[in-house]
Design a binder for this molecule. Structure first.
Ligand SMILES: Cc1cc2nc3c(=O)[nH]c(=O)nc-3n(C[C@H](O)[C@H](O)[C@H](O)COP(=O)(O)OP(=O)(O)OC[C@H]3O[C@@H](n4cnc5c(N)ncnc54)[C@H](O)[C@@H]3O)c2cc1C
Length: 378
């Protein structure tokens, strides 16, 4: 008996799509090659972003940022959904909205921030520009060389180690079947439906959702689609616990940084610094970039210099060249849907997954977001 829908990939995107489908009464089976939440969805830094990331803004420019604007709207909507996620799954996910603070250290960086904020506001994001006195009053923990910044009150954090397993448990409670540890599946057309194959095991479904993170492109090739999907090894670090120090999600305009303090007092330091790849293709921490990342963090928040680092790790982040999500049905393979939010998929996963669950059921996705901008092939 074929399944109604098979979701491939047990990260945040796949598990949340399965949860929404199961709650709508759709028969759904989720297939995960390894462990639920075993890849980017648990390895990430837990930032809930809505701002346009400053590093690509500097590198790709204002025209790129305007093209990225639909993703800002989508991220903003997604952070609203994050506010209800704990109630939806019935678990403490350590979701907290303390606001996101982008810090400038000179007037040139302030000018970049002003230009970026204008685009963000046009996309509907509420974000305030701060001069130096306002910045000091809001964030006395910053170094004295900070000259101003931008504050987005809607940004926050959650604990990535607990989020995806909790969503998976809720999906099972709602009636989804989850099969983990199958090994990587492949897909192919099969009569009027689709076959999903892992070794000797084979499943059939009329509709598929591909939510396999950076492996989504390889999967989609099985039904003749070419998607511009990339994977990059990046790294994150965590300190020993400290007394409450940083209530915000902190970014730096001059260099890559994300910094936040978790509920247990540890400080997570990231920002998308490159990791290395070993001879077997596994991501490994790059010590030079670790040192640079920590240097930026200690400049922005000098009190960090007195803390011990307890762990650094590396993982593949899913990307696209233009940073835009890919969401919707494949034109060359009707019945196959993509749920892919690059770079910021922890933040954007709730909105994307709600939209994909609607599309799979032949319904319109939630209003307020230009979903057409993310259609495969756009
Ligand atoms: C170090 C790091 C830090 C990050 N920090 C942040 C952050 O702070 N905020 C933020 O918003 N985003 C962040 N991200 C990005 C975010 O984590 C990802 O965009 C998001 O988790 C993607 O979720 P996903 O469910 O699409 O993919 P994944 O979590 O990668 O899940 C995909 C799943 O599919 C499975 N799979 C793959 N191929 C197959 C196959 N053929 N058959 C069966 N199963 C398969 C994999 O095993 C995996 O479990 C970060 C990423 C990394 C790596």
């Amino acid at each position: 008996m074929p399944d109604e829908v098979i979701v491939i990939g047990g990260g945040l995107a796949g598990c949340l799509t399965a949860l929404h489908l199961a709650r709508a009464g759709v028969g759904v089976r989720l297939i995960e090659a390894g462990v639920i939440g075993g890849q980017a969805s648990s390895a990430n830094a837990g930032s809930l972003h809505a701002q346009i990331p400053h590093d690509p803004f500097r590198n790709l420019g204002a025209d790129w940022a305007r093209r990225f604007a639909p993703a800002v709207t989508m991220l903003k909507e997604s952070l609203l959904l994050w506010r209800d996620l704990e109630a939806l799954v019935g678990a403490d996910l350590e979701v907290h909205f303390g606001g996101g603070l982008l810090v400038a250290h000179n007037e040139a960086e302030m000018a970049e921030i002003r230009a970026k904020v204008a685009i963000e506001r046009a996309a509907g994001l509420e974000i305030d520009l701060l001069d130096q006195p306002a910045l000091r009053a809001l964030a006395p923990y910053l170094g004295h060389d900070a000259v101003g910044g931008a504050f987005c009150a809607g940004e926050g954090k959650a604990n990535p180690l607990v989020v995806t397993p909790a969503i998976a448990r809720a999906a099972v409670a709602a009636g989804a079947i989850i099969e983990a540890g199958t090994g990587a599946v492949t897909i192919a057309r099969d009569g009027g439906g689709h076959a999903v194959v892992a070794g000797a095991r084979r499943w059939r479904a009329g509709r598929l959702v591909l939510a396999a993170g950076s492996a989504t492109g390889t999967l989609a090739a099985g039904v003749g689609a070419t998607l511009p999907i990339q994977a990059f090894p990046i790294q994150v670090s965590v300190t020993e616990p400290a007394a409450p120090l940083v209530p915000h999600l902190v970014y730096c305009a001059g260099a890559k940084l994300t910094l936040k303090q978790a509920k247990n007092g540890t400080l997570l330091i990231g920002g998308g610094w490159d990791a290395r790849i070993d001879a077997r293709g596994r991501p490994q921490v790059d010590m030079d970039n670790l040192s640079r990342n920590l240097g930026v963090a200690a400049r922005v928040v000098p009190a960090l210099a007195g803390l011990h680092l307890v762990r650094s790790w590396a993982a593949y982040v899913n990307g696209t060249e233009d940073w835009l999500p890919i969401i919707g049905e494949l034109p060359q393979a009707p019945g196959v849907f993509i749920n892919y939010v690059p770079w910021l998929g922890f933040s954007g996963g709730p909105a994307a997954s709600l939209a994909v669950a609607a599309l799979v059921q032949g319904q319109a996705p939630p209003t307020g977001v230009d979903w057409a901008a993310f259609r495969p092939g756009c």
